[in-house]
Design a protein around this ligand. Structure first.
Ligand code: GLA
Length: 385
């Protein structure tokens, strides 16, 4: 049965009527450009084949009725007028946050059933997949004047202001704007974007995603700390955004001999060098050279997240090391950090060997086996039915 049919059927079972449509949005991995989005920098995500679906119908009683195939005991009914940041919380905060953002149009109420397979807490943006599927549905049903860029903002506000996770626009842009066979090269400062051909299979390559099984939560601690450190570094350097700096020598004034200065210096150095790595990878993919050349740039990105930005974990470092030792051209943790997934660029016929090597590393460390899959750059959010 197709994913759309399954969502339709689940909607009928929960609500007793047919939905008006089914919309899908994908998870993402970021090829390179981590923690640059809230600094006005560059990102280069691809959409995963895994999606979250939202089956939706309008109501006329002013209620928001939410149900999830993955959370069968957590059906929820609230008045649209009663939605407020923090209420509801948990998975429901993401669809509710979108409805709250568009409450003038959604005042009549909505029934929403969600279903999907983007793993949550894995650094693969399950939350953006959810909020973007719902945002696209509401655009089609209630607010046809909204552009894709508007939807990115609707979904980001749902995440920032309603769910309380102070993220940038990477995940929502990836979910809404990516196209199959491409990576999305996005300048988060002026929002200009370009689709960069990323046909790994044609080059005999594969992008392996290794989910460490260690989950993270960006509404908690570390992510917000990093954001504040970047803002503090920019303020000390007298710029609005770290993006305005493209030479690490210009960061020297931060290293004033104090422990705090040292931290800000390293945080800013990650951001400035990461922006440069995005440009390097885009250059390599656009040229007619070998895409294998991006491998070492990915691994350098990991080292920078580990040493300068300090958002990796020994487990993620171990996966990167094991993958590279087993022949991956490059590997890095993806997403906000403190858990989540690693990507590895491998020869297509070496994917199994790299997976096995990583598995052995986990076994030795006494961890349960990671979930590993090969992903192809897939389509962004769309209406399925
Ligand atoms: C999370 C956030 C994004 C971005 C990444 C790090 O995924 O949601 O906005 O900041 O972390 O690149």
């Amino acid at each position: 049965m197709s994913a759309a049919r399954r969502a339709e059927q689940a909607f009928r079972e929960r609500f007793g009527t047919a939905p008006e449509g089914v919309w899908a949005a994908p998870g993402r991995v970021n090829v390179i450009g981590e923690h640059t989005d809230y600094n006005g920098g560059y990102v280069l995500p691809v959409a995963l084949a895994s999606t979250t679906r939202a089956a939706v119908a309008r109501r006329d009683d002013g209620l928001l009725s939410l149900a999830s195939v993955q959370h069968p005991d957590e059906d929820l009914r609230v008045e649209v007028a009663g939605l407020a940041p923090g209420h509801p919380a948990g998975w429901a905060a993401y669809p509710a946050g979108v409805v709250h953002d568009l409450r003038d149009r959604a005042a009549g109420g909505l029934s929403i059933l969600v279903d999907g397979e983007v793993p949550s807490g894995a650094g693969l943006s399950s939350s953006a997949a959810l909020s973007c599927a719902v945002a696209l549905a509401l655009r089609d049903l209630l607010a046809p004047h909204l552009s894709a860029a508007d939807l990115v903002d609707v979904a980001r506000r749902a995440e920032n202001d309603f769910a309380g996770a102070p993220t940038g626009i990477l995940d929502q842009s990836a979910a809404l704007l990516c196209t199959a066979g491409h990576a999305l090269f996005l300048d988060t400062r002026d929002r200009s974007g370009a689709q960069v051909p990323f046909d790994l299979a044609a080059a005999g390559l594969a992008l392996l995603v290794i989910d460490s099984g260690t989950t993270h939560d960006h509404a908690a601690g570390g992510y917000g700390d990093r954001r504040r450190e970047c803002e503090a570094a920019a303020a000390r350097l007298g710029v609005g955004l770290l993006r305005e700096i493209d030479d690490v020598a210009a960061l020297e004034p931060l290293a004033d001999g104090t422990p705090e200065g040292d931290v800000l210096h390293r945080r800013a150095r990650h951001v400035v060098t990461e922006d440069a790595r995005v440009l390097e990878v885009v250059g390599a993919l656009r040229g007619d050279g070998d895409p294998r050349a991006i491998g070492p740039v990915l691994t350098a990105g990991h080292a920078s997240l580990r040493d300068d930005f300090e958002v990796s974990l020994p487990l993620l470092d171990g996966i990167v090391e094991a993958a590279v030792a087993a022949g991956a051209h490059g590997a890095r943790m993806v997403g906000g950090g403190f858990g989540g997934s690693v990507i590895a660029l491998v020869e297509a016929d070496a994917a199994d060997a790299v997976t096995a090597a990583v598995g052995t590393r986990f076994e030795r460390a006494g961890h349960p086996q990671p979930r590993t899959f090969v992903t192809v750059p897939s389509a962004g959010a769309r209406r399925l039915a």
